[in-house]
Design a protein around this ligand. Structure first.
Ligand SMILES: C[S@@+](CC[C@H](N)C(=O)[O-])C[C@H]1O[C@@H](n2cnc3c(N)ncnc32)[C@H](O)[C@@H]1O
Length: 330
């Protein structure tokens, strides 16, 4: 058996000064809100994987089953190229696509360095014939993908499953899709997962599981800030809340101050009143129509959409405008 070579990793992680700047901006905003990617240090990524196994959180199971069932059809629709996954996490969802598509290469982008390294090794082990490259960085802040032989000379097929697009407001999501178009090129494709609106009870349970893993995931953000920015948040002085906001079609996840308190961060004191929120992330839910309109504004053309039998979520194939037709004709 040919030994599997550890995949190469390119480190573009934001510097500590960038982290400090982003946190100070979020702390000064009202309500206070931090970028969702800050949730994902090594412990955050481990907890996220645990969330995906909770009985209330069906998104991962449903989307994985859909990807497995559709893999040959998706591979035919996507065609040859390099598969570029944004926010790959443990990269397990790419497995069925890599088997069916056998792309020229698999490039996994993620902010969580150790988790990404382990995910890339695992993918390389399971798919030894597909060269794997990891890029650790904030995809929402990338103007272009780094120069690398595995990213040259092939059509780029973007893959963005899960709840990730929902972390951005619709205006930010439009901007992100425009940016993905730039990263993927004029003949690029994007296969993206969107989670649909559901009942309040179902969504609030999914994002605040009975075992308390979602709460631990959000509170780990404070632990991370204490470690990386030497703040003195006491996680026990906050409680976790996941609230469905139907007007914005989103779940708002927040750490809510249990008391009046002062937090030391970056050389300043930050008051929190009782009940004041620090938003850790949003999860916007899109109907197929609402997402189609957003993608069109961002310059993408809808090629096809697949949904699970229960209609909980969709996988949507988008093409850089006009490119898909040209590929079929050419
Ligand atoms: C919700 S998880 C989804 C993981 C996986 N794609 C799935 O569907 O199960 C989001 C993943 O994206 C990564 N992530 C979040 N924001 C990011 C950003 N701005 N840039 C790069 N990675 C990011 C996180 O580290 C995490 O692994």
């Amino acid at each position: 058996m040919t030994p599997v070579i550890a995949p190469e990793l390119i480190d573009l992680h934001p510097e500590p000064a960038d982290l400090r700047r982003l946190v100070l901006r979020g702390m000064a905003s009202r309500p206070r809100q931090l970028p969702a990617w800050l949730l994902y240090d090594a412990e955050g990524s481990r907890l996220f994987d645990q969330i995906c196994e909770q009985p209330e959180y069906s998104l991962t199971r449903t989307e994985t089953a859909l990807l497995e069932a559709l893999a040959p059809e998706l591979a035919a629709a996507l065609g040859p190229g390099t598969l570029v996954e944004f926010g790959a996490g443990n990269a397990r969802k790419a497995g069925p696509l890599l088997d069916a598509l056998q792309p020229a290469a698999y490039v996994a982008l993620d902010i969580s360095a150790e988790h990404l390294a382990a995910a890339c090794e695992q993918r390389q082990h399971c798919h030894p014939r597909v060269p794997v490259l990891g890029i650790c960085g904030d995809y929402s802040a990338m103007a272009r993908l780094p120069a690398h032989p595995l990213l040259e000379g092939q059509r780029r097929v973007g893959f963005y499953p899960g709840r990730s697009i929902g972390n951005f407001t619709p205006a930010e999501a439009t901007q992100l899709l425009r940016q993905f178009a730039q990263l993927l090129g004029t003949d690029g494709l994007l296969l993206i997962g969107i989670d649909h609106p559901k009942s309040r009870a179902r969504l609030e349970a999914a994002y605040d599981d009975a075992a308390g893993v979602s709460a631990a995931f959000a509170k780990n953000l404070l632990v991370r800030l204490n470690r990386d920015l030497h703040s003195d948040f006491d996680p026990d002085r906050f409680h976790y809340q996941a609230r469905w906001q139907p007007e914005q079609s989103r779940i708002a996840m927040a750490l809510v101050s249990r008391c009046d308190q002062l937090v030391q961060l970056a050389g300043s004191s930050w008051p929190f009143a009782t009940g004041e929120e620090l938003i850790s992330e949003f999860s916007v839910k899109y109907t197929p129509e609402a997402f189609g309109a957003l993608a069109a504004v961002a310059g993408w053309r809808l090629v096809r959409r697949w949904s699970d039998p229960g209609g909980d979520l969709s996988l949507v194939l988008l093409a850089a405008r006009d490119s898909y037709q040209q590929r079929l004709v050419g």
